[in-house]
Design a protein around this ligand. Sequence first.
Ligand code: HEM
Ligand SMILES: *[C@@H]1O[C@H](CO)[C@@H](O)[C@H](O)[C@H]1NC(C)=O
Ligand SMILES: *[C@@H]1O[C@H](CO)[C@@H](O)[C@H](O)[C@H]1NC(C)=O
Ligand SMILES: *[C@@H]1O[C@H](CO)[C@@H](O)[C@H](O)[C@H]1NC(C)=O
Length: 466
Amino acid sequence: MKFSLALVTLVTVASGFPVIDTANEAVLRKAAKLASRTVEIIEAENAQNAKRPVKRASLPLPKDALGISRAETNCGPTLPCLAFDAEDQFVSVEGEYAYAAPSESQIRGPCPGLNAAANHGYLPRSGVASIEETVRGMSKLYNMGIDLAAALAAYAVVIDGDLLDGTWSIGGPQQSDPLVPILGNGQGLSYSHNSYEGDGSIGRLDAYTNKGDAHSLSIEKFEAVYAVGGNDTSEEGYDQRYTIDKFRSRFQDVQDHSIATNPYYFTGAFSTVVVVPAAYNFVINFMSNHSEEHPAGYLDGYNFKQFFGVTGSPGNFVWNKGQERVPKNWYRRPSSSPYNLADVFADVGIGYLAYPETLKIGGNTGTVNSFTGVDVSDITGGVLNAAKLFEGDNFACFAFNLLQQGIPHFLKGPLADINNATSFLAPFLSPLLGKLTCPELGNFDQSLFNDFPGHKYSPTGPATNY
Ligand code: HEM
Ligand SMILES: *[C@@H]1O[C@H](CO)[C@@H](O)[C@H](O)[C@H]1NC(C)=O
Ligand SMILES: *[C@@H]1O[C@H](CO)[C@@H](O)[C@H](O)[C@H]1NC(C)=O
Ligand SMILES: *[C@@H]1O[C@H](CO)[C@@H](O)[C@H](O)[C@H]1NC(C)=O
């Protein structure tokens, strides 16, 4: 599980060793100075560990996951954001990157980060992208790690896109040639319920409670998450401040609300165990603005609203569908600190350790407030249980297993095609998977989820751009 890897890096920083080998002396010295408060806290917490030879799998679990969560900056769990470099971090919204609202035929969907990228030409404005276009665009606009962008895009191609031409849609179905067979559901992210999109999202409603629409922003939900950033009710919202810990706590409230209102609430898939909480974390790690005073980034209400396509002030917010924007004069994460696949697992893992109630695997059984959990040991052939889940690399191993085990369930088509899909994905996951020490988790029977009607609920959309 990547949390331990995160500790390794943080401990390494804390003990004064350079973490970026391409950086020069001056940058490293500045880096040490700017090392986030997280590092100091970890240093205090793990003074013992820092003295030991650092071996990932053998690090003990952090005693104070909540403290670590509260101290984490907006830059992520591993590399601190070293320094502010205006030239490196400035993001153009002019010329070829000028904002334009999507036309009728251009696709937008459930992800504000992708919608904003497409509205500014960092992704194809059509809303349909190849893996290479995704990697280039995500890197340029957000400094998303190449391994992460490639894995996210490859999974989208396989599970909801078009494996034959290697593209995927950020929203609804592509207007594809009907003669071209589509292995995945071909419905794009908007209708990827459980395979990619999941319940308990930060701003979208659960698919079942909104007639299959899990891609439109709910203003009520946005009001609630906006409020966790403070009490600035002005239209600008400059005094609001969002941190990853506030969002982790918010995730717990959203889950409770879903359990109390959605009879089909289901959380037994890679989408709900990893993608949904990761999306909360992406707001902090990718949408924050950076400055000399705040090299690790800060997120205020103004930037939050711009990226989410929201205008107005608390109580009167309006979602402007398809109008997600990259703010003018916005500075992304520094090139020296990409947010990688390992960071995703570290951040999601820290969240589950800090807020153990949020790790729920199971679902409602057809009525509200009927949440029933599935035993982790049943899904892992008895190898893992709730306690062992966060030892060593186990959490990331478990998550990858959930992902791979889900593929045959979500893909239609003969076994040979499914095997091809799995092998297509493998090289994109191996940069991280290859570094993990995983126990043999084996296959599990998807019928374990039979009691949960939400597991099979699979709305498909109209063939439109939304
Ligand atoms: C290749 C890149 C990406 C892919 C494939 C992707 C995919 C997705 C998917 C499938 C969802 C739905 C998850 C759910 O049900 O909550 C989602 C939601 C979300 N994504 Fe992305 N995403 C990507 C990049 C980003 C980036 C760069 C950001 C931030 C700048 C971001 C921010 C979000 C947020 C905030 C949500 C939740 C929206 C809401 O509930 O209102 N994503 N994304
Ligand atoms: C907002 O104000 C209320 C009451 O004045 C206070 O209890 C709460 O902590 C404040 N919220 C934030 C996020 O600062
Ligand atoms: C980002 O921070 C810089 C430096 O403080 C500031 O000039 C700029 O206005 C901010 N941008 C946004 C979109 O908040
Ligand atoms: C699987 O992939 C191989 C090699 O890429 C290809 O030759 C073969 O036709 C594919 N099989 C199916 C059933 O798609």
